[in-house]
Design a protein around this ligand. Structure first.
Ligand code: GLC
Length: 469
């Protein structure tokens, strides 16, 4: 079985969010299951493309309306990734030092056309084309409807929705950029009077998946306008929980950690990482250390953080270290906390993958007050590193964290994104920390939970089989 994953992001090449982690790990696990899983993504101007060598496998040109762009497909075949990686180089559009921007319609349309032009030339077509999010959402439509891709009509397509908030909308004025198709079917591109790539993919892909079962259910009542469509297409939709790359996220071998550890010496290992963090960020070491890691956007509930932190810090029972960047107003409020609560609060405004690893290895609790969380990977990284998740019960968080009040529970869950729920959850965590024997026992226990891709990679393969038998 030959699977081609198509995505705007892939770790370690280019990462904005969890999409990159998934596309950078699922194919590796699928290859372990006797498949040939490959990835194709844009060739951006970044550290990875500058520091590595690539060989050209295909050269051609494509049209967006009347404008012609030359492009190349290059291959990076280092075995270290665990899958073959191909990149689409459209120098004028994709070779930028960013992944997303305001010109995404043209950029990702060119990317998708280039990918299909290339697949057209394959002698052995892929068994399945696996598209991720709206940036690749026009592919199932083009395979089904565009005259030039007639030879790809029988190739099955799967769409995975990592986040339905973003849909890639653009005006019908730009429809001329889509390779020619029977215009009677233009409705397949439309949702609510505009071209909606995510909606088009939901309509045209052979199967649609989301990254957790609970999120799939939630989408039927809350999907940024696509609720009716998803309910209507529910027969071909399924939620498959993401996994994590447990080779990269392994506290025993993680080279970013200050001190490596396993479940047997997690207590000391955590202390050593925590000590380093507390020294670096000037935080009191003897208090339970909470962290938040991620983008500072409304979806993650961060607008409630400054006040919740303030209320918590006033009690002087814990320390908090935040890592992330995003909304300026939140960044500013958090910076004020750094001054007001010096010694118990600090933040690193920015994105630093290496530091994030140390934080998972040194913090006591990870806070995720998400409003929307299709899956969430951070809570799984935390579990693997013996850091107890404190999460709002939503989407994938609901599928991966069980509250300590329940049988076999190991995390702290709360219901709403409010200051009172968040501060109450933090209080419960502080109480748990005070019961050191229970806390240590839980720490060991969560490290043994299996959130690797083993199970879900197989579920995807089973799904592909249902459309290729
Ligand atoms: C998106 C979602 C996140 C999910 C990730 C990977 O970033 O917001 O919940 O874990 O994609 O699927």
């Amino acid at each position: 079985m030959k699977i081609l994953h198509i995505s705007a992001e892939c770790y370690p090449v280019a990462k904005v969010g969890g999409l990159a982690d998934v596309v950078g790990s699922l194919p590796k696990y699928q290859n372990n299951l006797n498949c040939l899983a490959q990835v194709i993504m844009p060739f951006y101007d970044n550290k990875f493309t500058r520091n590595n060598e690539f060989s050209v496998v295909f050269e051609s040109s494509l049209n967006l309306g009347k404008t012609t762009y030359d492009f190349r497909i290059v291959n990076y075949k280092a075995s270290s990734l665990g899958f073959d990686l191909f990149l689409v180089d459209v120098p004028q559009l994709l070779f930028k030092n960013y992944v997303y921007s305001s010109d995404d319609t043209d950029r990702f349309l060119a990317f998708q056309i280039a990918v299909l032009d290339w697949i057209l030339t394959w002698e052995d077509k892929p068994t399945v084309v696996h598209c991720h999010d709206h940036h690749t959402g026009l592919i199932p439509f083009m395979m089904q409807e565009a005259y030039k891709y007639n030879a790809l009509k029988k190739v099955s397509s799967v769409l995975t929705i990592h986040n339905a908030q973003y849909q890639g909308w653009f005006s019908h004025d730009k429809v001329y950029m889509v390779p020619e198709f029977n215009f009677n079917n233009v409705g397949l591109l439309d949702w609510g009077g505009v071209i909606n790539p995510l909606a088009a993919a939901i309509k045209c892909a052979w199967r649609v998946t989301t990254v957790s079962p609970t999120y799939m259910e939630e989408l039927k009542s809350s999907a940024n306008g696509l609720e009716v469509l998803l309910s209507h297409e529910s027969a071909k939709c399924v939620g498959i929980l993401n996994g994590i790359d447990s080779e990269i996220w392994n506290p025993e071998t993680d080279s970013f950690l200050i001190d490596n550890f396993n479940a047997d010496d997690v207590f000391q290992g955590h202390l050593n990482n925590k000590k380093w963090l507390c020294d670096k960020f000037d935080l009191e070491f003897d208090k339970p250390l909470f962290t938040f890691i991620g983008r500072l956007v409304g979806e993650k509930g961060v607008d409630k953080l400054p006040e919740s932190f303030k209320k918590t810090l006033q009690k002087n029972e814990c320390a908090i270290l935040l890592l992330g960047s995003g909304l300026e107003i939140i960044e500013n409020q958090l910076n004020e906390l750094c001054i007001q609560y010096k010694g118990t609060y600090n933040s690193f405004i920015g994105y630093d993958e290496e530091l994030a690893h140390v934080v998972y290895g040194g913090a006591d609790f990870l806070l995720m007050p998400s409003r929307v969380e299709p899956c969430g990977l951070n809570q799984m990284y935390a579990l693997r590193y013996g850091t107890i998740p404190v999460v709002r019960s939503i989407g994938g968080l609901k599928d991966t964290v069980i509250d300590i009040s329940e049988e076999n529970g190991y995390g702290i869950c709360f219901d709403s994104v409010t200051v009172s729920d968040i501060t109450h959850a933090i209080e419960r965590a502080v109480e748990l920390y005070q019961d050191q024997s229970k806390f240590k026992e839980l720490r060991k226990y969560i490290m043994g939970l299996d959130h690797s891709w083993n199970k879900s990679a197989q579920e995807y393969i089973n799904l592909y089989k249902t459309i290729n038998s």
